[in-house]
Design a protein around this ligand. Structure first.
Ligand code: ATP
Length: 202
């Protein structure tokens, strides 16, 4: 596809929920979180490089990434976090570009939690933000995951704030209401994106 919609929103805002509604319309999703897991999957070049740099304790006995060990390592060593980002970000970007290019739907939805923070909005023809209040972010994330309020609040604080995300968005989905209220918003945007993709391709 050569029309890319970058979908983002804070933790627990409803990105996955919204993306799945676009998928129901036949739109291909390219999910940065999934690709970020692929580049460090068992047997991957990314995982091998992490093991070479930080030692074999970065791998579980099964040969998968020991996420807790890696988290600990980069928490204590900021330069190691930078090394890791410098390793993984280009890998993730390349893979995303491959998937975006080969996607066969009229446009493609690229789901990226840190779309603006990581500059991936530059790959997008259009950006779409799923918006809810920080209060609802806390409520829904705590309900979904077994995490404390403090953990979620820390993540919210580490992400770009609600207003700056909204300022950068081309389109916004309001997800403060019931899930049922999403469908109509998604359909309206879907029609708009079909038109915009058509215009770009003509
Ligand atoms: P993350 O950034 O953490 O991956 P996300 O933005 O992908 O989250 P979802 O997982 O789609 O968000 O939604 C967060 C939680 O809120 C899920 O449990 C989802 O089912 C629920 N949820 C989404 N939209 C609504 C809604 N309108 N009303 C109630 N619950 C909702």
């Amino acid at each position: 596809a050569n029309f890319i919609v970058g979908l983002t929103g804070g933790i627990g805002s409803g990105k996955t929920t919204v993306a799945n509604l676009f998928a129901e319309q036949g739109i291909v999703l390219v999910d940065a979180d999934i690709i970020a897991r692929e580049v460090v999957a068992k047997g991957s070049d990314g995982l091998k490089q992490i093991g070479d740099k930080f030692g074999p304790q970065m791998l579980t006995p099964e040969g998968t990434l020991n996420r807790a060990a890696l988290r600990e390592q980069i928490f204590h060593h900021p330069q190691d976090r930078e090394w890791l980002n410098a390793l993984l970000h280009p890998m993730i970007r390349t893979r995303m570009l491959e998937r975006l290019e080969t996607a066969t739907s009229p446009y493609v939805i690229m789901v990226v939690p840190l779309l603006f923070e990581n500059g991936l909005d530059k790959l997008a023809d259009r950006t779409l933000v799923v918006d809810i209040s920080p209060k609802l972010q806390l409520q829904r994330t705590i309900e979904r995951d077994m995490v404390s309020k403090e953990q979620v609040q820390n993540i919210i604080n580490s992400q770009s704030d609600r207003q700056s995300r909204l300022d950068k968005a081309d389109d916004v989905i309001d997800n403060q209401g019931e899930i049922d209220a999403l469908q109509a918003q998604v359909l309206a945007l879907h029609n708009k994106y079909l038109q915009l993709a058509d215009i770009k391709n003509s």
